[in-house]
Design a protein around this ligand. Sequence first.
Ligand SMILES: Cc1ncc(COP(=O)(O)O)c(C=O)c1O
Length: 369
Amino acid sequence: MTFDQLETPVPLVDLDVMAHNLDAMQGYADRHGLALRPHTKTHKSVHVGREQVRRGAAGLTCATPHEATVMQQATDDLLVAYPVVGHAKLDRLFSVREDVALRVQLDSSHAIDELAAAAVRHDRAVAVTVEFDAGMHRVGVPSLDDAVALARHVHANPPLEFSGIAFYPGHIREPVTSQDAALERLRHRVAEAIEAFTEAGMPPAVVSGGSTPTMWRSHEITGITEIRPGTYVYNDRTTAEIGACAWQDCAFSVLATVVSTSVPGQAVIDAGTKALGREPMRGASGEGWGALLDRPHVVVSRMSEEHGILDLSGSDWRPQVGEQVRVVPNHVCIVTHLNDVIFGVRGGDVVTSWPVEARGRGYGQLIGV
Ligand SMILES: Cc1ncc(COP(=O)(O)O)c(C=O)c1O
């Protein structure tokens, strides 16, 4: 199959680039003695999860119980790195096969109590990592004393098992070469956390962290045992812009068709917000909502739902109506989630495809019909 046989807009993944990204990350983790537990929120596909596990990932990370029920097809070791709160979420989490090791990352006694009650009901051990705030100010307890108290609360609630501590350095989004000061602060914060738990008689077996913007510098965080990057599998415009990957490491693009060139200085493609999302560059410099894979200086400057406007003011290139282009999105995880199927390509050929099984909320059954 060739590209012109696909109805656009449609997501493409360059298979060789993805393989390179997977190998490079696993190689890095192996060289530094770190367990790699990739976050599957980026690809949401069993096929890609299996590729990660086949290369040596210690297990997989999920954000939702629905992702966990899907990713149990790829691994028998799952982390939900998100507080699982509420009966519906817990019921779904405990529907995961008995032989799959489950770990939950949380930051409140409420979440511990609910998880413990569900674990008792299901007579199932669940590991817990307590999340502390390492600077992102999203989830994670700010006080290390409070984090230690949560770990004690886990200990007091078998069949929950305290397995360690966790953080997500999502606040570090500056270019890789400018991360020194932020990483030094993070290193200090993690050392303090390890010390607090050790002094409390609970040295953490697992110290889980890592992100794509900091992925090649994770080993500088003394004491870290596990990393959970997600975006690295496909990469995106933001990741390239900050230098965490090269432009040619962007495996994912949205194939689109030029549908209008009526207005001078621009070309309109059939990929708008419903194909590209509307994510800003998040910390990196750069205008627009995506850039062309073959012409990174041409960006999607405006969008409607089904229209993307390519700004041609900085380019001599004048595409024809009907011409196909490939757009690298600003933030790939959002774009994956907009699609049912990904097409794997090599050169100009479409050679395979796989479903995005973990997209959506997993409500297969309808009510009242
Ligand atoms: C808890 C957690 N861990 C790990 C990640 C890794 O993601 P990324 O590869 O985008 O840095 C994320 C991303 O949102 C996350 O929320």
